[in-house]
Design a protein. Sequence first.
Length: 433
Amino acid sequence: MRTHDELNALRTKHVPPGISVLTASYVKEARGAIIVDIDGRELIDFAGGIGVTNVGHCHPKVVAAIKNQAEKFLHTCFHVAPYDLYIDLAAQLNELAPGDGPKMTMFVNSGAEAVENAVKIARHATGRPSIISFENGFHGRTNMTMTLTSKVKPYKFGFGPFASETYRMPYAYCYRCPFGLKHPQCKTACADHLEEFFITHVAAEKTAAIIAEPIQGEGGFITPPAEYFPRLREICDKHEILLIIDEVQSGMGRTGKIFAIDHWGVTPDLVTTAKSLGGGMPLSAVTGKTQYMNTSHKGGLGSTYGGNPVSLAAAHAVLEILIKDNLLQRGEILGERMQKRFQEMKERHEIIGEVRGKGPMLALELVRDRESKEPASDEADKLVSLCYEKGLIVLACGNHHNVIRTLMPLVITDEELDRGLNIIDESLQELRS
């Protein structure tokens, strides 16, 4: 077996440096919430392939579904020779998505591709050109989704020009309120700002859709207050603007619910899913109200690989695990345990400025001073390194790269969870010495 040094040399020679790597380990195998590298070292996984393995690495039901389908057929292209896997999963997502009215679903391959198609559908359905996204948001790496994404480096730097008719407004970042206000005295001014935005940036009559992550992922797990999305929904309805909810990272049980937006009791017009939907296989979806999904002309939507049968088989297994095997309830329990531990850590570690999130989709924002809220970016990087040295993979995020986020598989055992949390606690203590 080749060594890490040999593989590093080959990677340097054959893979462009723009493909960044966050750990020094090369994976040999992975099961549940444990990754084993080529040296046999076990690592507790609090990254989950960046939110892809909610049901765990190589869940037996997912693997069995993949093997079973792979022996039947790998690809025909649904546009050429369709199959029931596509229709049945679409029907299931239509049933699970927020809202009681009729819905439709289409499948593509990645989160970015789902967002691209949601934008296409919204523009076609409304006859309007403009899309509004939010500061701190992340929606992908294609030209349109880079445009909708907020953070410049590393995602957008040098890759312009970007798509036209997109606009970005402040988000409900209560810890660092862009309006200098305090919740709840602010009365959700950040949502009401949308009405002013229509005056100063883009007319409501020209706006096809507003797109938002219910919990911003790469932007720092920023979690709006309870009133925020209901108010956005109200304003969108007033101006006949579609609300697109990007559930690529937050969906499929990540917060203890199939869709994170359910925490706010709001029905989006279109919702995008990906990542954990396929249990490790590439698959994404756009699910939306029928009145908008069925307006595109024949052939206007599609993808050669979209709704690949093997990926669809994996997704059927994922939904069975989440719903019938009670993994959603397990997510709720994990969230309660983690929230308690993180709040205890906050009391003991001054570097933690805020704990936020929903269910087990939680984050620690690290600051050098709680009064000034100066981002502790270097310290976050050091914490990630310390955790890795101790056998835990954890990721940083946020505009200042000072937020530690948790995306562990929901099948993680209590013992693995406690070990991982203890490693974070010990590493935070080491930052002080």
